[in-house]
Design a binder for this molecule. Structure first.
Ligand code: UDP
Length: 348
């Protein structure tokens, strides 16, 4: 149980050198932007397995940004002193992390160990991007950090779920056994610009399909739920967790508690994007979690963090992002009619 709320590290404005593993990915690249804007030096490490050069291309000539192509499954050596390390390096969508399950597992276990070893060598603070997937198909709802989860350790999602669980164990073992200032956040479903169109996740799929007038794919009945956090809120939460002092020494959920059934999401996307797309039901993937919603009491207490961007506010810029990747059908000028965007009633 969490007892005394720790004090947030005062923002003394001192520039720090920060390594972001997975920094060319969807979340990682937004984090790089935010760290640079805060005056820090950023070393972005990425294997480009799922990260994209386009995401970091605008930073290429930034004087405080350096890009290193590297797979964290291999040992990592950085010469300049590091103050902080964020580990966001792992394929995160089910189709991508299942494409090479052994590599996914090793990225979480071997890769996290390599970065923790680097953190120990540099005396750097370390933040591990864990996941709501550690709760598996949860039997408690909403999910608090004390819930220990319901994961099938031999199923198709296990490489990610169990890899991330093992990575959490490594973080706490290195915290208690080797003095590494390691922290763990459990990230729930996140969306926003820079998601990949072929990511395979629900928001990217539905938006791209609607823009192309292609069938909207609903797996199973569509009654399963998820909670969607806009990427800027998540980045704020990651930086708050890195900044808080003393180390909370417990995992912290980061997500938006607004909960939506997949079929509700279909209706919302249809209300935002004029489309003739029919719904196409497909089989529910094995071990697909039936419900997911974060309890964020701990993040509120420890970090003073809560998401601010509603789905109504976050979807239009997300749709605009996909529209410029895959232009909407002829005759449409605005992917998201603004008057419709304001009609989504759900709030976090
Ligand atoms: N899903 C769906 N159609 C799609 C993609 C996903 O119905 O085209 C469902 C999926 O089965 C799951 C939910 O949407 O129940 C969220 O899936 P996603 O892959 O976005 O994330 P995760 O399952 O990892 O939370």
């Amino acid at each position: 149980m969490v007892t005394a709320p720790p004090i947030r590290r005062p923002d003394d404005g001192a520039p720090r050198t920060v390594l972001v593993a997975g920094g060319a990915g969807f979340v990682g690249s937004h984090l790089c932007d935010a760290l640079l804007a805060a005056g820090h030096t950023v070393i972005c490490l990425d294997s480009f397995l799922t990260g994209s050069e386009t995401n970091v291309a605008p930073l290429e000539n930034h004087p405080r940004f350096r890009l290193v192509r590297h797979d964290i499954c291999e040992p990592v050596a950085i010469e300049e002193p590091l103050d902080e390390i964020y580990n966001l390096a792992c394929a995160a969508s089910p189709p991508h992390y299942q494409a090479d399950r052994v590599h996914t597992m090793l990225t979480s276990v071997q890769g996290t160990h390599n970065l923790l070893t680097l953190a120990r060598a540099h005396g750097a603070r370390f933040l591990q991007a864990s996941t709501s997937e550690v709760y598996g198909d949860p039997e408690e709802h909403p999910q608090t950090e004390d819930y220990r989860g319901n994961v099938n350790c031999t199923g198709p999602r296990a490489c990610y779920d169990e890899g991330k669980r093992a990575a959490e164990t490594l973080c706490f073992d290195m915290l208690h056994g080797a003095g590494v200032d390691a922290r763990v956040v459990r990230i729930f479903n996140t969306y926003g610009p820079r998601m990949r169109a072929d990511d395979g996740r629900i928001i990217s799929n539905l938006v791209v399909q609607a823009l192309r007038n292609a069938p909207l794919t609903v797996y199973g009945s569509g009654a399963q739920t998820r909670s969607f956090c806009y990427v800027s809120d998540l980045v704020d939460g990651l930086m708050a967790m890195m900044a808080v002092t003393p180390n909370p020494q417990v995992p912290v959920n980061l997500g938006n508690p607004g909960e939506f059934a997949v079929r509700d999401l279909v209706a919302i996307i249809r209300s935002l994007i004029p489309t003739s797309s029919p719904v196409e039901h497909r089989p529910l993937p094995q071990d697909d979690p039936r419900r997911r919603r974060p309890d964020i009491s701990r993040a509120k207490t420890l970090l003073g963090w809560a998401p601010r961007v509603t789905l109504a506010e976050g979807l239009p810029p997300t749709i605009d992002w996909f529209a410029q990747l895959a232009p909407p059908a002829a005759g449409r000028r605005d992917a998201v009619p603004r008057e419709r965007a304001s009609n989504i009633g759900a709030t976090p």
